[in-house]
Design a protein around this ligand. Sequence first.
Ligand code: ZN
Length: 94
Amino acid sequence: MKMPDKKKAYCPKCKKSTEHKLKMYKKGKTRSMARGQARHERKGKGYTSKVAGKVTVYKQAKHQTVMMECMKCKHKHPKTIGPRTKKLLELTKT
Ligand SMILES: [Zn+2]
């Protein structure tokens, strides 16, 4: 899927639609002291205990997430877009 790297969109900070820059979203580093992550790690601790018990079938195609940056106030917010696609999103320069 291809998409232009600039787009007009609603900015929650300016409270109106402005020009936005689009960037690929990257997942941040997991913090081991975060609530959910600590609980997950504690569950997996100990003698023969596995967290992942169920067999889950994952969907092959995923929604793509982009980081939208307002060009006026530089406010960033993530946005998931489009239909599910197997191919990674490509941002074309405009
Ligand atoms: Zn803004």
